[in-house]
Design a protein around this ligand. Structure first.
Ligand SMILES: [Zn+2]
Ligand SMILES: [Zn+2]
Length: 214
């Protein structure tokens, strides 16, 4: 079974997701935001071993806890990111632009790509490539658990900003329509900021991309 813990961390109130396979106790952090020590302590409290860091994208508010998590782990967690966000990762996710300094942790060595399968014990997550907020943005869909971790692509009643480097409005809308609205209505969307929503809710009522926007 897929266990999911959400932590809302840092000045951008970023959602980090600590997820684990209850059988193997293998865990991953999707977007290790800000407070790596806290995420690590929560994993240890549950007896979960963090083996992976999976990034929806490389903005600093989504990766700033990676260094602290990795420092405490041996072996190091494997870091996965889409290659088109590597430049952003090297720039520490734009932290300096917003007046922050982060420890980005280990270099990403797993290149995410459309259709790839990520494995956590017996659990499988499908990678969907969803550019628009950044050039290398991806979402992670766990079909069996009916959840999609969707980063800064779409939010409850909103969408990701497209005015930062690598952002593009038409690309974002296309990503949402092809990669999110193609999922079953009941799929939970666990977003990078704010409260969770569902595919059906946003397909109907999202003021930017839903049926209500037409
Ligand atoms: Zn972002
Ligand atoms: Zn964000």
């Amino acid at each position: 079974m897929l266990n999911i813990e959400r932590f809302t961390l840092g000045p951008a109130k970023t959602n980090a997701y600590l997820i684990a396979d209850s059988d193997s106790r293998e865990a991953a952090v999707i977007d290790p935001a800000w407070d790596g020590e806290l995420i690590l302590a929560e994993a240890q409290k549950r007896g979960w071993r963090i083996a992976h860091l999976w990034y929806t994208h490389a903005h600093f508010d989504h990766i700033g806890g990676a260094g602290a998590i990795a420092d405490a782990l041996n072996p190091l967690p494997l870091v996965a990111l889409h290659p088109k966000d590597h430049v952003l990762w090297r720039a520490e996710g734009g932290a300096a632009f917003f007046g922050f300094k982060i420890d980005p942790g280990p270099e990403p060595t797993i290149d995410l790509q459309q259709g790839q399968t990520l494995r956590l014990g017996s659990i499988q997550l499908e990678v969907r490539y969803t550019p628009g907020h950044t050039a290398g943005h991806c979402v992670f869909y766990a079909a069996e658990a009916k959840v999609c971790f969707c980063g800064d692509l779409i939010f409850a009643g909103s969408v990701g900003r497209t005015d930062l480097p690598g952002g593009d409005w038409d690309t974002l809308v296309n990503s949402i329509k092809t990669q999110i609205f193609s999922l079953p209505d009941e799929t939970r969307l666990l977003t990078g900021h704010g409260n969770e929503t569902t595919v059906g809710q946003e397909r109907r009522y999202n003021p930017f991309v839903g049926e209500a926007s037409k």
